[in-house]
Ligand binder design. Structure first.
Ligand SMILES: Cc1cc2nc3c(=O)[nH]c(=O)nc-3n(C[C@H](O)[C@H](O)[C@H](O)COP(=O)(O)O)c2cc1C
Length: 170
């Protein structure tokens, strides 16, 4: 069984950029949750407000083959994006150890972490939030790579001491 898989959902590319950077830095495989149909902003908002589970396509390795999955997604209206919610519900029986990275404009990451905990029935082993601005200008890169470096196989999970202010152990 491989150890780590990164799975992202991204609407405008920011979370995908984070996921690609982390995966390439660590040599971890990357999967992506995709909208089967193009989506507009209104559907983004409604999926979030109504906590809907829209149809999604997942392209990537089977999450059940990995000991830990790193989820990367944006915040939508202080919630998980509907497509990532669908992915979590569809795969939750295999998601025993999950780390969560959130891309946001300003705030809402804590609510996303709480929603992931509710859906899975257990808290993420690690979590981090980055602002879109700091992802775009590269100032989040050091913190992101430190977060990835601190993640360990389950037999050696330890508190994420010394990682940047935006990251924390659950
Ligand atoms: C429908 C929608 C709702 C959003 N709601 C929030 C929010 O509640 N808080 C926030 O900080 N950013 C919010 N954003 C901004 C995104 O989280 C942010 O731009 C993120 O970096 C986008 O990631 P992406 O490019 O991977 O889609 C929202 C964006 C969209 C499209």
């Amino acid at each position: 069984m491989d150890s780590m898989l990164v799975v992202c959902y991204s609407y405008t590319g920011t979370a995908r950029r984070v996921a690609q950077l982390l995966a390439s830095h660590r040599g971890w495989p990357l999967g992506e949750v995709i909208d089967p149909q193009p989506r507009g902003l209104l559907r983004c908002v409604l999926d979030s407000v109504l906590r809907r589970h829209p149809p999604v396509t997942y392209r990537g390795p089977d999450p059940g083959d990995f000991r830990c999955v790193v989820l990367v997604a944006p915040v939508w209206i202080g919630r998980l994006p509907g497509p990532m919610r669908s992915f979590l519900v569809q795969h939750r029986q295999h998601l025993h150890r999950v780390a969560v990275i959130v891309a946001q404009h300003a705030s809402g990451a804590d609510k996303v972490f709480a929603e992931v905990t509710r859906i899975l029935g257990h808290a993420p082993i690690a979590k981090a939030a980055f602002l879109q601005r700091e992802i775009e200008d590269g100032s989040a890169t050091g913190a992101l790579l430190a977060f990835g470096n601190a993640l360990q196989p389950p037999s050696a999970v330890r508190p994420l001491q010394g990682v940047p202010r935006t990251a924390s152990a659950a």
